[in-house]
Design a protein around this ligand. Structure first.
Ligand SMILES: *Cc1c(COP(=O)(O)O)cnc(C)c1O
Length: 391
């Protein structure tokens, strides 16, 4: 007799995250081993000829990659997943898998900026045309669909400015016109936004952010539904995509604590966002989890929670005042990426081509980490004192 295995499909999301990937652990260890491997030996000439074993070559999958792929597909609720060496590699691989010369892509105007550079650079050079669309277009996307539109790409909430997209309405129009829908699901981490339940065909994440969760590795994930999986899997292999074993392991390790981390990020972010909303220096807080904030209604309808990333628009002030604010902060570091345990603040100027950004003052994006929120608001209070001294 040995202990029975849990049926993950019957368990709650929190329990799934904790047990995900366990099937690949051996010798009684809780965690699976990290396989560093290229060559896999075959015991007989016949088995080499037939490739009749689970693992055939490092790039084609290892117990380490399978464990994290299973875990990611489980979080996302998708059919199967693949890992890429960065979030940006996941985005480019997914787009290249479904677009060819002469095709048309509808890209959200609030996409992650390097994704825009990929469309305007590499895709354009390959003869693939991109049209940027208003993130709040909803079912109006139907008017932009062309006979050669193959992919409608969404990101919700949008990078930096946090517009929440009506993905079900967009997906309905896209599918009617024969296109597939991709979602950059990094903010909701697959745990707080179930992309496949809302009509997406492919969910992409910069696992660098919340899945890894500790700012110590780069990773991307592409999760597919059953229809898109075969083509994506072929393209992934044709392009020679894979990811490093240690970084895949760190992703799996992060996944086990995703639920508790996200819950605390949200709790802290709500405290900090409410505090910011009450400040006279702040024009608007762009955090969909706040009541009356832009996008709150769709967020409430479609999301199960909010992560720790949001932005603010300041009342008009001098650039020197914003710099003084940022320089004064000691707990909010200044740097790119987010999703780790630590708080961050970066100024930004939105880049838009399909819409116009009309907010009156400078913008700052915050990532609220796992520190005590009272310490964070005290830090921000110091920052605002410096801002006023330089106003
Ligand atoms: C960071 C980020 C990416 C890219 O991830 P990398 O791992 O840095 O390449 C993609 N999409 C969003 C929304 C991101 O925030």
């Amino acid at each position: 007799m040995s202990k029975s295995k849990p049926d993950l499909s019957q368990l709650s999301p929190q329990t799934r995250l904790v047990t995900a990937g366990r099937d690949y652990a051996e010798h009684g260890f809780v965690n699976p081993a990290v396989y560093h491997g290229s060559t896999v030996l075959f015991p007989t000439a016949q088995s080499l000829h037939d490739r009749s074993q689970t693992y055939v070559y490092g790039r084609r999958g290892t117990p380490t990659s399978r464990a994290v792929e299973d875990a990611v597909a489980l979080i996302e609720g998708g059919h199967n997943a693949k890992m890429a060496p960065s979030g940006m590699a996941a985005i480019s691989t997914a787009l290249l898998a479904f677009l060819k010369s002469g095709d048309h892509l509808l890209m959200v105007d609030t996409c992650y900026h390097p994704a825009r550079l990929f469309c305007d650079g590499m895709l354009k050079g390959l003869g693939i045309e991109t049209t940027y669309y208003d993130p709040l277009i909803g079912r109006g996307i139907a008017n932009l669909m062309r006979p050669n539109t193959r992919v409608v790409y969404t990101e919700s909430p949008g990078s930096q400015t946090m517009e929440v997209q009506d993905i079900p309405a967009i997906a309905e129009a896209a599918h009617k016109a024969g296109a597939i829908v991709m979602v950059d699901n990094t903010w909701g981490a697959g745990h707080y936004f179930k992309a496949f339940d809302h009509g997406a065909d492919i969910s992409i994440q910069a696992a660098t952010k919340y899945l890894v969760g500790h700012s110590d590795a780069m990773m991307g994930t592409v999760t597919c539904n059953a229809e898109t999986w075969p083509r994506f899997k072929d393209a992934y292999e044709e392009m020679g995509m894979f990811a490093g074993p240690d970084d895949m392991y760190l992703t799996l390790r992060g996944i086990h604590t995703l639920d508790v981390r996200l819950e605390r990020h949200m709790k802290n972010a709500l405290v900090v966002a409410e505090w910011l909303r009450a400040r006279s220096e702040v024009e608007t807080v762009l955090y969909p989890a706040l009541s009356n904030a832009p996008g709150h209604d769709i967020w409430k309808r479609d999301f199960k929670g909010a992560s720790g990333l949001f932005s603010i628009v300041l009342k008009p002030c001098r650039e020197e005042a914003v710099s003084a604010f940022l320089d004064e902060l000691s707990l909010f570091g200044m740097g790119y990426s987010w999703g780790g345990f630590e708080s961050l603040a970066v100024p930004f100027v939105p880049h838009r081509t399909a819409t116009t950004w009309t907010a009156p003052g400078p913008c700052i994006r915050f990532h609220v980490g796992l520190e005590n929120p009272d310490d964070l608001t005290a830090d921000l209070n110091q920052g605002f004192a410096a801002l006023r001294r330089n106003a």
